[in-house]
Ligand binder design. Structure first.
Ligand code: ZN
Length: 498
């Protein structure tokens, strides 16, 4: 029944890999390796979650759950006492592709899945992202089998300018790891490997860094293509969202503050000072003067240490989900300083929004999604989406609306498929959604799809429909099987002890 003879599938997950930029870089020769294969690939734009943010988007890709099912719109969740909790991908444990495949005896390797802090037993192996801290693995002794695991640089607590440098080093390690795993394909049938260099470099907005990042990613992609071509395997390349240069930014976070719907949590003077220094660090002057930037980095680190010691009580709430310390300067972290003042309903937000004077300037260019959020607990307004040249930003910033040169997340992600039964051709329309990925993959492996996953199978990417098998299984039945398997494991463990 299950297609255990299906050729191995490698999935490269590239954070922020933008489909329009990829198309441009393929055409202009910045991505020559992808260019060599692209005509034989199915290459499409894929609609991300709204807002297109990293955690909900990766969760949606690999659980197949839509945004209202995930009930996650930003990097944070708000509980019923209006406390903000940091969002980690651990909370969807049991719903992911590897959980489903484990039930059906298919082995999967999960490498560096974003914001999954704790590796756990699956049919296969799991490695956490060095962005989060020291690498953790399942099984714990994985480094004995994969020698290059010890070569990675831990990225948490590193400031962005240095992060690019260390991320490049890590990307090279990932290429080595991929080559090592090619020869260990008895240990996996599906392999997922993630990298975030494109996202990091685009957020900083320096074109030279972005081009370098995309050429390095092209090397990784080229490596994976060669492996798949010579072994007759499948390669899928996916991203969680794209990024684009935005001309104008509308800050939803600031809008909340101005309207009195949220209030800023008190920030210590030391933290304030480190934020000012941090802005300076990102300035052009600090970029050319390396000595200056090093002094700034040391100062900021020192201030961070001081202020975190001084305000332990007020920050502890953001640290309790996992023992790992969350990097202070991560994207979205300023949002942690916001407390929700009152329940905000979708209608109320629309009403307030229409009364905001600044909206006169962008009228006709913004609209809200009615996303089916059931209560006011989550930030329904974050489903606000803008057209044309305006990008929403979720952090509280000095102004509600301002001009910028930086890159902001955009709603289109990348989807590329290659392999023995994949049709070639660019299908650059908007017919693919982020929730279509999981059911399509399960259909390729002839694994039943839980019936609460509403995505469609991307049938048009296959040369013949014989490759796929579409069958659904009631979600409650999956839960029962999962419980039984868990019980079985617990029982066999008890026998071991006795
Ligand atoms: Zn991302």
């Amino acid at each position: 029944m299950i297609n255990k003879h299906m050729q191995p599938i490698i999935i490269l997950g590239i954070d922020g890999l933008d489909p329009c930029l990829v198309k441009k870089f393929v055409e202009t020769g910045i991505m020559p390796r992808l260019r060599k294969y692209v005509k034989r690939c199915f290459f499409a734009k894929m609609l991300s979650t709204i807002p297109p943010l990293t955690i909900p988007a990766w969760a949606s890709l690999f659980t197949g759950l839509d945004q209202s099912q995930l009930q996650a719109y930003d990097m944070f969740r708000v509980n019923k006492h209006f406390n903000i909790k940091f969002l980690t991908n651990d909370i969807w444990r049991g719903e992911y592709l590897w959980d489903i495949l484990s039930l059906y005896g298919i082995k999967m390797g999960v490498l560096f899945f974003p914001f999954l802090y704790n590796p756990y037993p699956i049919n296969g192996f799991m490695i956490t992202d060095p962005v989060l801290g020291k690498i953790k693995t399942y099984p714990p002794n994985l480094h004995l089998h994969l020698s290059c695991l010890t070569e990675f640089t831990v990225l948490h607590n590193i400031l962005p300018p240095l992060m690019i440098h260390s991320s490049k080093k890590n990307l090279r390690c990932k290429m080595k790891l991929l080559n090592e795993l090619e020869h260990k394909s008895d240990g996996w049938q599906v392999l997922f490997l993630q990298d975030g260099l494109s996202d990091i470099s685009m957020h900083q907005g320096n074109l030279k860094d972005i081009i370098e990042a995309y050429s390095l990613i092209d090397e990784l992609i080229g490596n994976a293509f060669e492996i798949c071509e010579s072994n007759n395997w499948y390669l899928l390349i996916v991203s969680d969202h794209g990024l684009q240069r935005a001309k104008r930014v509308f800050s939803i976070g600031t809008y909340f503050v101005v309207k009195g719907l949220t209030k800023l949590r008190e920030i210590s003077p030391l933290t304030k000072l480190s934020l000012v220094l941090y802005q300076f660090l990102l300035s052009e002057l600090a970029k050319v003067d390396h000595k200056l930037s090093r002094i700034l980095i040391n100062l900021i680190k020192h201030l961070k240490f001081k202020s975190s010691r001084g305000s332990k009580k007020s920050t502890i709430q953001f640290y309790d989900i996992s023992s790992t310390i969350i990097p202070y300067f991560s994207v979205g972290s300023n949002f942690a300083n916001l407390w929700i003042g009152k329940i905000l309903s979708h209608d109320r937000f629309l009403h307030d929004l229409s009364n905001l004077p600044i909206m006169e300037k962008i009228r006709g260019k913004a609209y809200c999604h009615n996303d089916g959020a059931k209560d006011g607990m989550y930030l329904t307004p974050l489903t606000l989406e803008f057209r044309e040249d305006i990008q929403p930003e979720y952090l509280p910033l000095p102004k509600i609306m301002f001009r910028t040169n930086g890159f902001m997340h955009r709603k289109y992600a990348t989807f590329i498929a290659y392999g023995p039964s994949i049709k070639g051709g660019l299908k650059f329309d908007y017919s693919i959604s982020i929730i279509d990925f999981l059911p399509t993959l399960l259909a390729m492996l002839h694994v039943p799809i839980p019936d609460d996953r509403h995505g469609r199978i991307i049938t048009e990417m296959f040369k013949s429909q014989d490759v796929i098998k579409i069958q659904y299984i009631p979600k409650p039945r999956i839960s029962v099987i999962m419980k039984l398997k868990g019980l079985k494991k617990a029982l066999s463990h008890r026998q071991d002890i006795q």
